[in-house]
Design a protein around this ligand. Structure first.
Ligand SMILES: Nc1nc2c(ncn2[C@@H]2O[C@H](COP(=O)(O)OP(=O)(O)O)[C@@H](O)[C@H]2O)c(=O)[nH]1
Ligand SMILES: [Mg+2]
Length: 358
């Protein structure tokens, strides 16, 4: 067994070093907060049975690289996309839009233009088939749920905001905290950041916490989260800003590393933009999969031109939508989600604030 020690500004960065160096087989032996040059940082001791074997590449020329990629690297992906293609070919003749009423057919064609996935369209088709009077809205109604974000009405005290870097985690956390404070001035809200490493998000959160008199805490390692749990009684709601997870790190690994995984009083909300590609959505579904995931918060709606992704994600994940963010400013830019807002986005490209997208 080989053991190695890794130090970094926080556990996220230290864990990324472990993964890059030892691979995903590595076992974490210890994960502690230490003080180095007067500031707190994280030290992880990790071990691996044997050295990972990094294949030696003989490829040299550009052509070799392309050949190699076609031949080996994405074998399973190629196989999967072939299977998907075959399923689609089998399904296609079954999806005969002319068997629907003209109104239903128009609605299906509309949804296709709005980037609703083929498998979602197939499900809608199956539900409509045989009932020309069936309304598409009734069918869609059963495919997407909303759970308006409200810390006050939530069963959970801790709410963590996860998602890709730049998706709008910090911005939506701050906006929801300010909204909560406005609606309920007596609420004891704590803003916590686990996104210390890269600077800006932490400063933004600290700034707004100071400005509005909210408590602020920093989570550098799991010890800090333990501390926060110990003092949780003094808060009604604790909103935690998570970092964009580096490379191979999954949300489940990250929450285990910081001790969030064991916290039953925690909901995680996934922050996404509607204009990611379907390959990215697929990857995010794998990376951010967690039993603690409670909702999706859609941001940057004002920068999107189609909204089929809301339906695709609801269908693929089963997660309700909790909030919709539609502007870069702090005011009037986030709304607790309602079904009506979603239908207006999808069918009229109208943002929750009333603006219409081109
Ligand atoms: N146009 C627009 N910009 C947004 C929205 N939400 C966040 N942003 C901006 O997107 C950028 C990244 O947001 P941030 O919250 O820092 O992302 P994070 O990395 O996920 O924390 C910032 O400049 C935000 O002001 C939104 O709904 N619309
Ligand atoms: Mg951030």
């Amino acid at each position: 067994m080989r053991m190695k020690t890794y130090r970094a500004a926080n556990s996220t960065a230290a864990f990324a070093k472990v993964k890059a160096d030892l691979g995903s087989e590595a076992v974490i032996l210890s994960n502690n907060t230490i003080t180095e040059n007067g500031s707190k940082c994280c030290e992880i001791v990790a071990a691996i049975d044997s050295m990972p074997t990094i294949p030696t590449r003989k490829t040299q020329t550009k052509n070799d690289v392309v050949e190699d990629a076609m031949e080996n690297a994405v074998g399973w992906q190629r196989e999967w996309s072939q299977i998907k293609g075959q399923i689609k070919q089998l399904m296609k003749p079954q999806i005969d839009l002319d068997t629907l009423s003209p109104k239903q057919k128009r609605a299906m064609e509309f949804l296709e233009r709005e980037d609703v996935d083929e498998n979602v369209l197939a499900k809608i088709f199956c539900d409509l088939r045989g009932d020309k009077a069936a309304s598409i809205i009734n069918v869609l109604d059963g495919m997407i749920n909303v759970q308006p974000f409200s810390a006050k009405n939530s069963m959970k005290k801790f709410h963590a905001f996860a998602g890709p870097g730049g998706a709008g985690k910090t911005a939506s956390l701050v906006r929801l905290a300010l909204k909560e404070k406005k609606d309920n001035p007596k609420a004891r809200i704590c803003l916590a950041t686990a996104d210390g490493g890269r600077g800006k998000g932490r400063m933004v959160l600290k700034h707004y916490a100071e400005l509005t008199g909210l408590a602020f805490r920093e989570i550098i390692t799991r010890d800090d989260f333990l501390l926060l749990q110990a003092e949780a009684k003094q808060f009604d709601t604790i909103l935690i800003d998570l970092p964009g997870l580096p490379g191979q790190t999954t949300l489940e690994e990250w929450t285990a590393l910081y001790g969030l995984a064991g916290c039953e009083d925690l909901d995680i909300h996934l922050i996404l933009n509607p204009y990611y590609s379907s390959a990215q959505f697929q990857r995010f579904m794998e990376k951010y999969q967690s039993e603690q995931l409670a909702s999706v918060i859609w941001t940057k709606l004002d920068e999107a031109c189609t909204f089929g992704a809301l339906l695709n994600m609801a269908f693929a994940s089963g997660l309700p939508v909790s909030a919709l963010s539609y502007g870069s400013g702090l005011k009037n830019s986030i709304a607790q989600a309602t079904k009506e807002m979603i239908w207006r986005l999808l069918f009229m490209r109208t943002l929750p604030g009333g603006d219409i997208q081109p």
